[in-house]
Design a protein around this ligand. Structure first.
Ligand code: TYD
Ligand code: MG
Length: 461
């Protein structure tokens, strides 16, 4: 075999050197040099078996009209929540990257999914991090049924590629891409060059045989998927598995998805015998408690709405500038809402510290949570609980006005389903068309001052 020679390329300016430096001698950036194989084309040709030397005899492009439409059969992953995030299942020949912090449960999720799929299809599970015995141990812990799941404990890319070619499974799982290594490259496993080469080689085989590939990827200290964005561009879907290490629930989200929507959320719970999907996640994030400083909002995550508790703590400050901290919500958003409350309902918040937290480690990004944040802040400031059974939906404008939000009827219906009796929503949201029972009351408000008057009829004044 002709060994390819290696060189190093700066990812910032593109300069090439024969030697590795910590700092690029051309542009002066640190840690930007990555290794690359020269004559990599030869290797690729060998792997693909394509003869590029042959002159193309005719045109290879086709008019769009002449391209046939292919009905894609999606492969169910064994978890409804996983399928939802993927966009109703795995697409043959696609690459899905599942990222997340160490110990969050990526291997458990994929092993459980592989076990479920293996009852009907041929599945290969490549474990590059754990030995076959360790995987078996985990497998018996999740009470894996006796299916014909194929297991390969291997870190050499070439062996994995050969196994994929000879077994030709419908789905293959690589746990993890950072632990694989290509012996053509001298850099260590997990380096950018290795991750990129391994993923690209796997992708070629996956596309050739229509294998759906699930790759596990680690998250770096900075919270990015390792292999700086290289993998994210290459794969068809990037999912992140996240959660609070101290809480049992785990959230699966799509960051990128070529075959589905990206805002879907899958909710799981880690139990002693593996992950269990949570079909009714509102119960996880909402407690029904009615202490001062707690308000309830309805957040929309893709096609599903969730009831979420927000908690605020307002106390007189002992610093020159008050402390503001928000968990699960942008601090800028909190600053803005506090400024609106100070200006439009005359709360002297600039003399108070403000802490805000979203229950259960959930991130609430949408502006529809604004009104709920304002309600929690006012409730804590006045030390009065919000009337029981009230939910707040609405975006708060800088002038104190309420702005309509999307998916209102879906949100109100979810609140009703969980026993809420009152929803405070922005005026002009078209509430007449929402189908609800007589018990539920929808109150429209124009601005934050009006909301205060309405809730004052309960106990919040
Ligand atoms: P793991 O899947 O190994 O995480 P990752 O692959 O993302 O690094 O999950 C490890 C954690 O999950 C570990 O701390 C133990 C816990 N766990 C359970 O609570 N129950 C189980 O059945 C299994 C298999 C793991
Ligand atoms: Mg793992």
């Amino acid at each position: 075999m002709v060994r390819a020679s290696n060189s190093f390329v700066c990812t910032n300016c593109g300069a090439q050197t024969k030697q590795f430096f910590g700092r690029c001698s051309s542009c002066g950036e640190w840690n930007t040099l990555v290794e690359q194989v020269i004559e990599a084309k030869d290797l690729r040709r060998r792997r693909e078996g394509v003869d590029l030397s042959k002159e193309p005899s005719n045109l290879r492009s086709r008019p769009m009209g002449g391209v046939g439409q292919q009905l894609i059969e999606r492969l169910p992953s064994g978890f409804q929540e996983f399928d939802r995030v993927l966009g109703s299942g795995l697409v043959p020949g696609s690459l899905v990257l599942v990222g997340g912090d160490p110990g969050i449960g990526k291997s458990t999720l994929l092993l459980q999914s592989a076990t479920a799929m293996a009852s009907q299809r041929s599945i290969l599970y490549v474990s590059a991090e754990e030995s076959a015995e360790q995987v078996k141990l985990r497998w018996s812990r999740i009470e894996g049924a006796d299916t014909n799941l194929n297991l390969l404990a291997e870190t050499d890319l070439e062996v994995v590629l050969q196994e994929l070619e000879s077994l030709r499974p419908e789905v293959a799982i690589i746990d993890s891409i950072q632990a694989l290594h290509d012996s053509e490259l001298t850099s260590s496993p997990g380096s950018v060059a290795q991750v990129r080469e391994c993923a690209a080689a796997l992708q070629r085989v996956a596309k050739k045989y229509g294998i759906a590939l699930l790759l596990v990827g680690h998250v770096t200290k900075e919270g990015m998927l390792a292999g700086p964005k290289v993998l994210e561009h290459l794969v068809d879907a990037v999912l992140t598995f996240e959660g609070d290490r101290f809480a049992s629930h785990r959230l699966l989200r799509a960051v990128k998805n070529r075959f589905g929507a990206t805002h879907e959320l899958g909710v799981f719970e880690m139990q002693a015998s593996g992950l269990v999907e949570v079909n009714n996640p509102s119960e996880l994030f909402f407690s029904g408690s009615s202490a001062a400083g707690i308000s309830t909002i309805v957040a929309c995550e893709g096609t599903r709405s969730l009831l979420v508790d927000l908690q605020a703590l307002i106390s007189p400050t002992s610093y020159a500038s008050p402390r503001r901290s928000a968990t699960g919500l942008g601090t800028n958003r909190l600053h803005q809402i506090l400024a609106v409350l100070e200006k439009h309902i005359s709360l002297p918040l600039s003399r108070y510290d403000c802490y805000l937290a979203v229950a259960g480690g959930l991130e609430v990004e949408e502006p529809a949570a604004d009104l709920g944040v304002a309600a929690a802040v006012v409730s804590s400031f006045k030390d009065l609980p919000i009337p029981k059974g009230t939910v707040f939906i609405g975006e708060l404008g800088l002038g104190g006005q309420l702005r309509p939000v999307g998916q209102l009827s879906q949100r109100v219906q979810e609140a009703e389903r969980l026993g809420f009796v009152r929803a405070i929503v922005p005026s002009g949201s078209g509430t007449n068309s929402i189908e609800i029972s007589n018990k539920m009351e929808i109150i429209e408000a124009d601005n934050i001052a009006e909301v205060m008057v309405i809730t004052a009829q309960g106990s919040l004044t």
